[in-house]
Ligand binder design. Sequence first.
Ligand SMILES: Cc1cc2nc3c(=O)[nH]c(=O)nc-3n(C[C@H](O)[C@H](O)[C@H](O)COP(=O)(O)O)c2cc1C
Length: 219
Amino acid sequence: MKKFLSIFATMFVGMGLIFSLYGCEPSAEKQCGMPPPNMQKNENSKQTKSFLDLAKERYSVRSYSNKPIEEEKLIKILESARVAPTAMNKQPQFIYVLKSEEALKKAQQVTKSTFGAPIILLVCYDDDRVGKPDFEPGYNFGEMDASIACCHMMFEAWELGIGSVWVRGFNSDNVAKVFNLPKNMKPVCMLPIGYPADDSKPSKLHTTKRELKDTYKEL
Ligand SMILES: Cc1cc2nc3c(=O)[nH]c(=O)nc-3n(C[C@H](O)[C@H](O)[C@H](O)COP(=O)(O)O)c2cc1C
């Protein structure tokens, strides 16, 4: 019995030593009680959310509250655009943060879709940087790269409790002129962002989606 107890005690101390040396591995999630990052709580609803839940929940916000966006949240949103994939990793995306009264007024001159948002992100691509494949002369990846970056920002914002609406209701030449953009900066879209107003709700279009079966085909 004595021998059995001493073996048990040695094993117990040994395991404690291993845990203290290596800490808590992701695979030991159950022991640690730490959910994986994609299952962590979302600030919008304080519920555990998968990406698909987040994607379904997001809607175009067209009514904003006066609550200003915290600087650290804005930086996170911009960071999500920085890490977006880009063709040939050329990273041509460039974002103008329209925040001043003057810049927001200019935005109103070029599009109807500003919705009183406290910040509008004007997403461009840099034509001097963009990937231009030799297999298709005249084509470049700019619109695609900028759109992916914008998509990242839309979902990062939503995860932080901040609403947005994708806007392309403008003439690119007008935008370039009003904001005096350098010739190489090509406007792709705008993303008004802000905390949704209390009365904000999804438009009818949000729920008017085609059936899944009609949107893909196995070949
Ligand atoms: C490329 C693109 C351009 C858009 N342009 C505008 C726009 O100029 N103004 C606007 O209010 N919404 C615009 N939208 C938002 C769409 O109307 C909206 O995403 C769609 O109706 C589905 O609604 P939901 O985003 O609430 O799901 C645009 C969306 C995309 C993807």
